[in-house]
Structures are given as C-alpha cells and as structure tokens.
Design a protein around this ligand. Structure first.
Ligand SMILES: Cc1ncc(COP(=O)(O)O)c(C=O)c1O
Length: 434
C-alpha cells in the first residue's frame, strides 16, 4: 500500500479496492469470502459516537454490535482519547515486573466500584487472558482441578478460557486441559449436582451473551453463591460483556445481590482505545498470590497507558446521570420492542437488561437474515453465535433518543421484509449455521 495523502496511517476511499486485495492476500481470505457471500463488505473507516462509516465515505451504520461492549462509550470517546493522547507524550506500557503507580490507582478505583469486598486486581490485555488468570487463581488457591462452566458459554480463545467455552471453538484443536465440566445455564439442580468438593470454581457469564442474552431464574445466583460456599469452591463471574453499565447497573450481578469471588472485566474498560482487562478477586483468594507473587506475568497486562484510558473511561461511566441515561434509553427501546412484538408474530421474545438485548425470532435462519437486513437499513447488529434465532442488540451506552428511534425504525423495516419472505440464500445460511 502506497502512503496516502494524509498521515501514514490514514487511508482514502480510493485505497479501498487495494486494501481489500491486501486483506485477502495477507490477512484472512476465508473471512473476506464470508462477508462477500453475506453481501456485507463493509470496511470501517471514520468512526464517531454511535456511528461507523465505510472507507468509501458513503455508507454509515449505527453500531449495535459494539464488539460486545468494547464501544460502550461510543467510538473515540473524547475524554478517554484526550487522556490517552496526553499520557502518550509522557508514559508507555511500563515494565510489568516493576511496581506501578497507574496500576495501583486503577486497582484502587476498581476495588471501590466492584461489589462487596472484591479488592485485588490483576490486569491483562484482553478478556480471555483475564479469564485464564481467574481459572489459574481458583485452581492455585483451592488446589483442585475441576472447573464447572456453562453450555453455550463464551469466555475467549486462549487456553483455560477456550476450555471453559463451547465445543465449536475447541473441537479442531485436539485435547483440551482436563477437568472442565459443562452444565446448562440457569439450572440450579444441575449446578447442585456438579459443584462438589472436587470443584475449584464455577465460571458463568452473568448474562450469557453468545448463548443469546439469557436471563437466569431469580434464585439462580444466590443458589450458586450458596453451593460454592458449602464446598469451598470459587464463584467466577464473567462480566466482560455485561459489566460496566451495560445492563443499566454498573455490574449486572447487582440485580441478584450476590458478590462473586472473582469478577472478570474487559472490553469497555478502556473506552475502546486501548486493550485492557481486569480480574478482580476477594481478599481470601489473595493468599495464593502472596505465596506466589511472580506466578503470573504478562508484558502488556496492566499497560500504564491502558490504566490511564481505563481511569478516564471509569470516570465517565460513574459520572452522575450516566446510568440514568442508559435506563432511559433502555425504556425507550422497550416501548418500541413491545410495539414491534404486537405487530410481528415473528418476534417471539425480547430478553432485555438495560441496553443488552436478545431479540428472539421464530427460526434460526432468521437471525443471520436479520443481520443482513439490518445492515441494509443502516444498523450493525448480529445474531448470537450459539443461538442464531437471537439478534443481539448492543448499542453504545451513550446512544441518543433519535438514534434509538433510528434503530427501532430499522428493526421495523427489516421485520417487514422478513415477514414478506426475505431469506438469505441457502448456501450462505449453510456457511453461517453449519
Ligand atoms: C463474555 C466474554 N468473556 C470473555 C471474552 C473474551 O474477551 P477477549 O476477546 O477480549 O479475549 C469475550 C469476548 O467476546 C466475551 O464475550
């Protein structure tokens, strides 16, 4: 790629075809083929707030995918960008073996904000590594091997995170680490049978996202807490998607009044401008790290620039009125969803907590078809990988009322097309659904 007219990292609409050819040749031709088959060859260029523009400068979409929460504050949230820009002139990632003022400041803030006596933070660059830390800590502390997780759960693509997730992402990679047991979500009886004195931990996404934004029965989390306490197992909650205001509460688990032993946070933690995640644990577990202070190392975990970005992002999320805004926008969506449900029998259920929505359609092929129709109507929203009948709607938390209406209108238009018989070609559905 020749250098464009602007700065070396800026590309022009005229570069688009060459960039796609480079992507195909040097990055991932298989992925490009899927997008071509779907008719969604969108190349993100300019981005701001809730919106993403194609490099061609003509198309824009309202981002209701938000990378599962990475863009909770919208694209390029000004406060976070400014903090990072200023810090980049004086800091770098820091040396992960040394002490760090910025890691201390961020950990202190997280201890203040997380439920109960959650106190110590270990930082990683991404959610999956943060899950790996949680599993390591649970195993190291309990000296037990067994990890119970949820069918349809998703915790990322590294070692223990992958082992705790669905078979579809693991099957091609041979033997996984032993000791991982899966149970259905929301089933207290299954949890009671699985959590024993051999259990190191149970790990659950508070609201499983990739499984289709599932909501537990009211007594589920209190029951998990009790079951873990009875046998000395560790309760790990993954709030990589559900945390940080997404549900209209700072933490999704607040709804059920339970304090996990380990809370895993990622994605939106640093405003989408720096990779950063955190594994926050309660004091009793820290015995393991006190006995083994160098047992887990990561060059980029707790990068000091990332800590600055995260502190700025948390500043915005915890500002007066922020969660009230999330709840207002959620109520506006809920009213629109109710109307759509009355008009379209194809909509079977809407599972909603704040701005985390599982829009349940009648058939599995409808999720991918709606993904494509919504893109045609200017909204990026994707079906849930492990439950394709669900369209996930995850707008940025800073979405404005007129943007909510724009999404609802796009849903209306897309549902009308679906009701009239729109359906992706069979070969595309086969590619997406297997
Ligand atoms: C609930 C949940 N946990 C963990 C992860 C892994 O995060 P990362 O992709 O940053 O490794 C994801 C990613 O989508 C996720 O949705």
């Amino acid at each position: 790629m020749e250098q464009g007219q602007g700065r070396f990292w800026q590309f022009e609409a005229a570069d688009r075809a060459q960039l796609l050819a480079d992507y195909e040749r040097f990055v991932n031709p298989g992925r490009l083929a899927v997008y071509r088959a779907l008719g969604v060859e969108f190349v993100p260029g300019k981005r701001e707030g809730a919106w993403l523009w194609d490099l061609d400068g003509r198309r824009r979409v309202l981002n209701c995918r938000c990378s599962g929460g990475v863009f909770n504050l919208g694209h390029r949230p000004p406060r976070v960008v400014e903090a990072l820009r200023e810090a980049a002139l004086e800091l770098d990632v820091g040396d992960h073996m040394l002490l760090s003022a910025w890691r201390a400041a961020l950990a202190r803030r997280l201890a203040e904000l997380t439920p109960g006596d959650l106190q110590y933070s270990t930082f990683s660059p991404g959610g999956a590594e943060a899950i790996d830390v949680a599993v390591k800590l649970a195993r190291g502390y309990t000296r037990r091997a067994e990890i119970v997780s949820i069918k349809g759960g998703y915790h990322g693509h590294t070692g223990f995170a992958l082992a705790a997730g669905e078979d579809v992402f693991r099957a091609k990679f041979g033997p996984m680490p032993p000791g991982f047991v899966k149970i259905p979500f929301g089933d207290e009886g299954a949890a009671a049978a699985a959590i024993t004195e051999r259990t190191a931990a149970i790990i659950v996404e508070t609201i499983p996202a990739t499984a289709g934004i599932l909501l537990p029965p009211p007594g589920y989390y209190p029951a998990l807490r009790r079951l873990c306490d009875e046998v000395g197992a560790v309760l790990i909650l993954d709030e990589v998607q559900a945390g940080l205001g997404r549900t209209g509460r700072l933490w999704a688990i607040e709804e059920w009044g339970v304090v996990p032993d380990i809370l895993v946070i990622g994605k939106g933690l640093s405003g989408g401008v720096y990779p950063m995640s955190a594994t926050v644990h309660r004091p009793h577990l820290d015995r393991f790290f006190q006995e083994n202070p160098f047992v887990h190392l990561s060059s980029f975990g707790g990068a000091e620039l990332g800590c600055v970005a995260a502190l700025a992002a948390l500043g915005q999320i915890t500002e007066a009125g922020f969660l009230a805004h999330v709840n207002e926008m959620a109520a506006r969506f809920a009213a629109g969803f109710r109307e759509l449900q009355q008009r379209y029998s194809l909509v079977r259920e809407v599972r909603q907590r704040g701005l985390m929505v599982g829009f349940e359609l009648a058939e599995p092929w409808m999720g991918p078809t709606m993904t494509s129709l919504m893109a045609d109507n200017g909204v990026l929203a994707v079906f849930a990988d492990f439950r394709p009948s669900t369209l996930q709607i995850m707008p940025p938390l800073i979405i404005q009322p007129e943007e909510v209406d724009f999404v609802l209108e796009a849903l209306d238009r897309s549902l009308r097309a679906l009701a009239k018989g729109a359906r992706l070609p069979e070969e595309v559905l086969k590619l997406l659904l297997g």
